[in-house]
Design a protein around this ligand. Structure first.
Ligand SMILES: [Ca+2]
Ligand SMILES: [Ca+2]
Ligand SMILES: [Ca+2]
Ligand SMILES: [Ca+2]
Length: 334
């Protein structure tokens, strides 16, 4: 064993490998990852044209190589994928630096005007499934284990929540187990109220139409779905009080920020001032806490400005190491 103890200082004294620049090479075209996002830009400057679209890297066929799923837009004003140029695309990783477009075979070209994608094995069969957040109806594709997917949106009740009778513009989503029952639930981030070709006029002058600032559109609440474990989901946004918070939701992140064993949700909002907190930009956290073993209390919201610290009231409530940490770190760094 003596030689092992001697090796450590020798290794420590060894010269580090020569530092050099990290160089990336653009390989998309050569590898077969040929894809062009098409958001259908129009003279009417529809708000979704500025936002398309999301991408997921996941191993849909469990062969050990990450595959690529790219979300795409649709024609305007129909908001339909009337041409293959609007299809979402699934590229299979061949394991040798090349990819093959398997969209048609897999059955995942999608419908409507796409925005975001969330991968999760919602039925715990060991095969990742695809949820697509759309301006139009959302979609869930179940992985059939043979390189194909089945659209199970209707069966699972995940086409999207309504607001004032109209399906909300969903922009991103994430899978997480908010009630710790071992089944993935779904959080969908919704953006703003919008109708095709009815955007307000925004421009540098009366003759030039430009894309409007988000402040010109009313905000929307987000949506939380509970996984029922039988292939269906229930919208529990009202029960969990998710639906009373309005914002222009964009990205989502999950973490158990207070170490209570229940995963919390962080939503990054696009400029969404509200009367109670008139900052022009903020981030927010919603924490779900257990009231008993089988019943969850409602989510509640903690407002934070960019770079702000956890409020004193929250520090006192949470106590312990969390409050200690937050006195030193603002939440935007989490
Ligand atoms: Ca793969
Ligand atoms: Ca699955
Ligand atoms: Ca669950
Ligand atoms: Ca928590």
């Amino acid at each position: 064993m003596r030689w092992r103890r001697l090796l450590l200082p020798i290794a420590a004294l060894a010269a580090p490998p020569a530092a050099g620049p990290i160089v990336f090479e653009e390989l998309a075209g050569r590898s077969g990852l040929r894809f062009v996002t098409d958001s259908s830009p129009t003279p009417n400057k529809n708000q979704p044209e500025t936002m398309v679209a999301g991408v997921a890297l996941f191993d849909y066929d469990n062969d050990g190589y990450l595959d690529v799923y790219l979300v795409n837009g649709a024609a305007i004003p129909s908001l339909r994928k009337v041409s293959p140029k609007y299809w979402n695309r699934l590229f299979h990783n061949n394991g040798n630096g090349t990819f093959t477009d398997v969209t048609e075979k897999a059955g995942v070209k999608g419908e409507g005007y796409g925005m975001g994608v969330a991968i999760g094995d919602y039925d715990n069969d060991g095969w990742p499934d695809i949820f697509v957040a759309n301006v139009t109806d959302n979609q869930l594709f179940h992985n059939n284990h043979d390189g194909t997917f089945t659209d199970v949106t209707a069966k699972t009740h995940l086409s999207g929540a309504l607001h004032e009778g109209k399906k909300m513009w969903s922009i991103s989503a994430g899978w997480f187990d908010f009630d710790n029952d071992g089944r993935l639930d779904l959080f969908v981030s919704n953006y703003c109220k919008w109708e095709v070709n009815k955007d307000p006029f925004c421009g540098p002058n009366p003759d030039t139409r430009a894309y409007c600032h988000p402040k010109n559109y009313p905000a929307l609440p987000n949506t939380l779905y509970r996984n029922n474990g039988d292939g269906t989901f229930t919208d529990v946004s009202g029960e969990m009080e998710i639906d009373k918070f309005y914002g222009k939701g964009m990205g989502i992140a999950f973490a158990d920020y207070d170490h209570d064993g229940f995963t919390d949700v962080f939503v990054a909002n696009d400029n969404a001032p509200q009367p109670a907190l008139p900052q022009s930009r903020r981030q927010e956290v919603r924490g779900g806490r257990a009231a008993s073993r089988c019943r969850l209390s409602r989510f509640r919201r903690i407002h934070l400005r960019h770079g702000s610290r956890l409020p004193r009231r929250e520090q006192r409530r949470l106590g312990g190491c969390l409050a200690h940490r937050h006195r030193r770190r603002n939440l935007s760094a989490l």
